[in-house]
Design a protein around this ligand. Structure first.
Ligand SMILES: Nc1nc2c(c(=O)[nH]1)N[C@@H](CN(C=O)c1ccc(C(=O)N[C@@H](CCC(=O)O)C(=O)O)cc1)CN2
Length: 297
């Protein structure tokens, strides 16, 4: 079997276009644009790229982008003051603090300071709780993007066996919650899971979010399974001095067994920013008390 390639880049472009249409409708109804504030602390090169891309995509979708670039030695209290200021700003519907933060800043404290109704990253404990009990809130962008790709590919997920490899607050745990809500039978595996290969072999759906380059091998995959690779690992390329991006899944061996698989790059990654725009749009509608159909975006 050669797996179908799940084209996250194309899906994300369609989602961004839909958000753009609804952002225009929002502006017509509310008399203002939806707004996303992104805060970057420090000069991590990858974070700079992501933040630039978020700003550009936000503007392209017809929303306002507010960028705050703070030096790496910013005091935690000053970052918290910036978050407070954004919480109080009615032009700001969504707030995102780019992670990782410099080591001297307590990430959990900063996330806790964001108004949950502007927390378009879905990282606040209130939104984690809402997801766990099935209340409306914000769901972290990467796992929600994975779920959109899965539902687009498979339709109804109920009754399927799903294994999520990784238990982070940002991907693994919310991914498991989303799959439970879709009536999958969910196993959360991680670095200490015994017989990981055997656990993965049971799964109709594999979501790899473990952060280890090409760890999941093709002979771990059940024939016909759908494989979602969340990993983004930079490794040495074939040419001396060159690097390349690979996922957490050994793509070639997995693609020989799976029925469908996301590539890296071009799979889950582009969905993260598209879903961020979607969450910001939803925040704007909610903040203005405007109706947005549940299946609109
Ligand atoms: N506050 C947040 N911080 C971080 C998040 C997040 O969702 N919220 N996620 C990641 C980084 N991230 C967005 O911030 C992100 C990662 C990857 C991509 C992406 O499109 N990747 C491309 C490859 C890009 C490349 O060439 O390097 C792909 O996979 O095709 C977008 C956004 C950590 N921090």
């Amino acid at each position: 079997m050669t797996a179908a390639v799940i084209d996250g880049k194309a899906f994300a472009a369609t989602l961004r276009a839909r958000v753009g249409d609804l952002a225009a409708a929002f502006e017509a109804k509310a008399g203002r644009k939806a707004g996303l504030a992104v805060v970057l602390v420090g000069e991590d090169p990858a974070s700079q790229v992501y933040v630039r891309s978020k700003g550009k995509s936000t503007v392209e979708a017809g929303m306002n982008s507010f960028e705050y670039k703070l030096p790496a030695d910013t005091a935690e209290a000053d970052l918290l003051a910036t978050v407070d200021q954004l919480n109080a700003d009615p032009a700001v519907d969504g707030i995102l603090v780019q992670l990782p933060l410099p080591k001297h800043i307590d990430e959990q404290k900063v996330i806790a300071a964001i108004n949950p109704d502007k927390d378009v990253d879905g990282f606040h404990v209130t939104n984690a709780g809402r997801l766990a009990v099935g209340q409306p809130g914000f769901v972290p962008c990467t796992p929600l993007g994975c779920l959109m790709l899965l539902k687009d590919r498979l339709g109804d997920l109920s009754g399927l066996d799903a294994v999520v490899i990784g238990r982070s607050n940002i991907v693994g745990k919310p991914m498991a919650q989303l799959l439970i809500a879709e009536s999958c039978t969910v196993t959360v595996a991680h670095s200490r899971t015994k017989d990981l290969a055997q656990v993965v072999k049971r799964a109709d759906i594999v979501v790899a979010a473990v952060g280890r380059a090409e760890m999941v091998k093709g002979d771990w995959i059940k024939p016909g399974a759908t494989v979602i690779d969340v990993g983004i690992n930079r490794v040495a390329g074939a040419e001396a001095g060159k690097t390349k991006l690979v996922g957490d899944v050994d793509y070639d061996s997995a693609a020989a067994v799976a029925s469908a698989i996301t590539p890296v790059p071009g799979g889950v990654g582009p969905m993260t920013i598209a879903v961020l725009l979607r969450n910001t749009l939803v925040a704007a509608y909610r903040n203005e008390g405007l109706e947005l159909a549940a299946d609109a975006v």
